[in-house]
Design a protein around this ligand. Structure first.
Ligand code: HEC
Ligand code: HEC
Length: 431
């Protein structure tokens, strides 16, 4: 009898292990008698944070090829192609490394020069209405146009990129299947090999000298490049993490399974995260971001000027010819509510940055908009102390947590790691 019981015990343990770690059917099992350590209000928040609460990605009305697999395939190719740069060395993947949650481990992004900000993850970014730390772009396709012409990132020009699409047979075929015929760019007196409204004065002058309809034709090709790259990036989503397994178990009332998944420290970290740590004021929803802008008083590097953040970002987004309401957008004016109703002034926008996702946060170090903190420990100390902002006003208040609490918070944050939910072929360059 003992032996039989023992065997049943092992089978049961294996079963609990299996439901906790793999099967999504914990809810179907009778809950153990043990009382849940979480209140109903806490369970509601935990459920709202879990990946299961992530809705399907809504279409982007400004990008009619956003969900076209052919566009994603073209965008995939461009994303990894270093020919889209001034020195043939830089691609999007130079800074957005798939193996590092699409970040680069550097304080500041480095392409043909050094960027003024920290590289952001791309996982789940498609859910945001605003792009960059300051939200100066209102779509993922118009975002992609920024680094391509930045003199510190790809350092190229829109005329040059259009020429590349036209001269490479595979690109030309894929492009024309999606967007129709390319304009005839073969006359160098009308379409220089490189011209665009960029930092470099001679390239900018060459752009100004082009006839307005020719500039418009190039702008359209450039926008379409962005739309293809955005279609690819819309496939880059975070996968379920250990936290999500825990959330599923506690929401199903399966405390015994939950205890197998989280240590007591991790569970306490979660309690602090949604409770006295006040993290869910901003890091909420299944992507752990409200996609809004906040001043949290992160100090600048002494060698760098004050970063004005959202106050400059929103005026740039409104002035951008590639925004939702512009001539290159596929949206109707009605679709552009985010842009229309965005707050454009107010002291709270000064120095405000986009709340980053915390999914796979162990891989996005160094942290903050200019990589100010190398590890999570100083990030958490920052929140605990809530220093006065040097620019604008910080929304944080000191938390008064103990060192043990901060360690638990860190342990919890590390449970948000997961392999991306991305088809593996999209995690490396195409053949
Ligand atoms: C030199 C490094 C570098 C290169 C090359 C680069 N990026 Fe970035 N990326 C960054 C940095 C730095 C930021 C944040 C910049 C800012 O806020 O001003 C960023 C931000 C982003 C964001 C915003 C994410 C969000 O949540 O708002 C997206 C999307 C993105 N990059 C996609 C791309 C694509 C697509 C390419 C290629 C066309 C590309 N990047 C090329 C460094 C780079
Ligand atoms: C008032 C809104 C707000 C609150 C509250 C808040 N955060 Fe943040 N969080 C942000 C913003 C905004 C940034 C980016 C700030 C910057 O770069 O200057 C950020 C950045 C971070 C980062 C860096 C992520 C990365 O990839 O760079 C971590 C980690 C983080 N927060 C964790 C927490 C934790 C843990 C708490 C609770 C103790 C918390 N946050 C509370 C808004 C907030």
């Amino acid at each position: 009898m003992r032996v039989v019981h023992h065997a049943t015990g092992i089978a049961l343990a294996l079963f609990v292990f299996a439901t906790a770690h793999i099967a999504p059917s914990a809810a179907d099992q009778p809950a153990p008698a043990q009382a849940s350590p979480w209140s109903d209000a806490e369970l509601k928040i935990i459920r709202s944070l879990s990946i299961g609460s992530l809705p399907a990605l809504a279409p982007d009305p400004s990008n009619k090829v956003g969900d076209d697999a052919r566009a994603a395939s073209l965008g995939h190719r461009i994303f990894f192609d270093t020919r889209f740069s001034a020195d043939d060395q830089v691609s999007c993947a130079t800074c957005h490394l798939p193996a590092a949650a699409f970040t680069d481990g550097r304080k500041l992004g480095r392409g043909v020069g050094t960027a003024g900000r920290n590289t952001m993850t791309l996982l789940g970014a498609a859910y945001s209405p605003w792009f960059f730390w300051d939200g100066r772009k209102d779509s993922q396709w118009s975002q992609a146009l920024g680094p391509l012409e930045s003199d510190v990132e790809h350092g190229g020009t829109r005329t040059g990129f259009s020429q590349l699409i036209a001269s490479d047979r595979a690109y030309r075929t894929a492009y024309e299947a999606l967007f129709g015929d390319l304009p005839d760019l073969s006359d160098p007196s009308r379409f220089p090999l490189s011209a665009g409204p960029v930092e470099d004065e001679s390239l900018h002058t060459a752009w100004r000298r082009m006839a307005a309809p020719d500039r418009d034709a190039v702008n359209r090709v450039f926008a379409n490049i962005g739309k293809a790259v955005a279609a690819y990036q819309r496939l880059l989503l975070p996968g379920p993490s250990r936290f999500d397994q825990y959330a599923e178990a506690v929401v199903a009332g399966n405390s015994a399974a939950a205890e197998e998944i989280f240590t007591a420290n991790e569970a306490n970290g979660l309690r602090l995260f949604i409770g006295s740590g006040q993290c869910t004021r901003c890091h909420n929803g299944p992507l752990f971001t409200n996609n809004d802008f906040h001043n949290t008083g992160v100090p600048r590097w002494p060698s760098m000027p004050h970063d004005q953040g959202r106050i400059d970002g929103i005026s740039a987004a409104r002035a951008d010819i590639f925004n939702c309401r512009g001539a290159y957008s596929d949206a109707s004016a009605d679709d552009c509510r985010e842009l229309r109703f965005a707050k454009t002034e107010g002291p709270e926008l000064v120095g405000a940055m986009k709340t980053p996702t915390l999914r796979s946060v162990s891989q996005t170090a160094p942290y903050m908009h200019a990589g100010q903190y190398a590890t999570l420990a100083p990030v958490l100390e920052h929140y605990n102390r809530a220093p006065t902002a040097e620019n604008g006003k910080s929304e944080l208040e000191p938390l008064g947590l103990t060192q043990d609490d901060l360690n638990d918070l860190r342990d919890f944050l590390l449970t948000l790691d997961s392999p991306p939910a991305v088809e593996s072929k999209y995690l490396s360059p195409p053949d």
